[in-house]
Design a protein. Structure first.
Length: 400
């Protein structure tokens, strides 16, 4: 039986959303075919070693960074190297972030590393250079250097979108063995939602309102003020219509200020972070989902919205001030709409279009939901496992 080591600083079997959920789905399914060990940090009261399913072992270590360390990334590099020494990999090493990748390379495992980054730190920094208020996109130089070395020196690179692959080649140059495998959806994602009427009642929404939704971290890179400014345009929101924002994060105060300055305090609901059944109820209350992010390496939340039967309006990226993979996920006028990059009036027009055409938006949402059944997580894992075949170093077919 083959062996696989996964290295990532956050790995929780019960984690919802983003990279953590993606890794758990991959690790638990891959364990049916290969022996999997996960090296991770212990960021809570977890056991140092755990085997949640057969052929899957998780090794956790506390990363108690000493105060004498000026560069925390170097301390984390040391932690990863100690992990590799304590639990030597026997096969391929699957890494997610640059520091772990550098540790594997420095320990002599570079020819066995598959680098699977969720985002490109070089292009994230470019977003900050053009939009300094997006402070979460400001990336330390050493991290960008590690990212470049990880991309250029890993045996194979795996990205979830063509856009992300293009970002890396633009920043660091062209290389062989860059594989594109898109994410998938499973039955637990594509499930029946609670009744819309009941879900709206719980959020204090009118049964006949047009509800615009957003789900995600309240981060400057999500550019939620762009959505608020669009909703403030004349004719977008009727008295009963609402904007339902699910999430929390560092940009909350700026968003609240934008809501007040636009006079929308009674139209925009900041519901905080929701999970599981409560999150499904929130999706059920929405009519359209908007993701105005200036950076998205993939955007799993788009799959969640499509699974809820919602049409999606997203930002395509101008490849200077914004970089996203949304054009690969949103087919314009098929399962959603692509907005103009910098014009809130354009988004306002698209929201009005959705509001006035309920049959069209419902049809768009249905097409998005139906398309998810064509790409399951088992199919994704099958494509991932092909990368573990040492005899196959050519690029696997790009997933649709």
């Amino acid at each position: 039986m083959k062996h696989l080591t996964i290295m990532y600083m956050r790995f929780w079997p019960d984690r919802h959303g983003g990279v953590e959920e993606h890794l758990w789905r991959f690790a638990s399914r891959a364990a049916k075919h290969v022996n999997v060990q996960v090296l991770t940090e212990n960021r809570g009261d977890y056991a140092d070693t755990e085997s949640p399913v057969e052929n899957l072992t998780i090794h956790r270590v506390k990363n108690n960074l000493p105060f004498i360390w000026r560069w925390p990334y170097l301390a984390r590099l040391r932690m990863w190297m100690k992990q590799l020494s304590a639990h030597p990999p026997k096969g391929w090493i699957w890494t997610i972030e640059p520091t772990a990748t550098m540790a594997a390379i420095l320990c002599g495992y570079g020819n066995k590393v598959i680098y699977n980054p969720p985002s490109c730190f070089g292009t994230m920094h470019k977003v900050w250079e053009h939009q300094p208020h997006v402070e979460t996109m400001k990336i330390a130089g050493i991290v960008r250097w590690f990212d470049q070395l990880a991309f250029t020196r890993a045996a194979k690179v795996l990205v979830a979108s063509r856009s992300l692959g293009k970002q890396y080649t633009l920043c660091y140059g062209i290389r062989d063995n860059v594989h594109v495998v898109s994410r998938g959806a499973d039955r637990e994602l594509i499930q029946d939602l609670p009744p819309k009427k009941e879900s709206r009642r719980k959020h204090g929404l009118d049964e006949h309102a047009f509800v615009i939704g957003f789900v995600g971290r309240l981060d400057p890179c999500k550019d939620i003020p762009h959505l608020i400014n669009a909703c403030a345009c004349p004719g977008v929101l009727r008295p009963q219509d609402r904007v339902l924002i699910i999430g929390d994060g560092p940009d909350k105060m700026r968003i609240q200020g934008c809501i007040r300055s636009n006079g929308l305090s009674d139209r925009v609901i900041l519901a905080g972070s929701l999970h599981d059944a409560a999150l499904r109820e929130a999706y059920a209350a929405m009519d359209v989902f908007v993701l105005p992010s200036v950076y998205e390496g993939y955007g799993m939340v788009i799959l969640e919205a499509m699974a809820a039967g919602l049409p999606v309006i997203g930002r395509p990226g101008d490849w200077k001030t914004s970089f996203t993979s949304m054009p690969e996920m949103i087919q314009h006028q098929v399962n959603g709409l692509l907005m103009h990059e910098h014009n809130p009036e354009d988004l306002a027009q698209k929201l009005q279009w959705m509001s006035c055409r309920p049959e069209r938006r419902i049809a768009m949402g249905k097409r998005g939901r139906d398309s998810l059944a064509e790409r399951t997580w088992d199919m994704v894992v099958d494509d991932y496992l092909k990368l573990l075949d040492e005899d196959k170093n050519d690029q696997i077919p790009v997933a649709a």
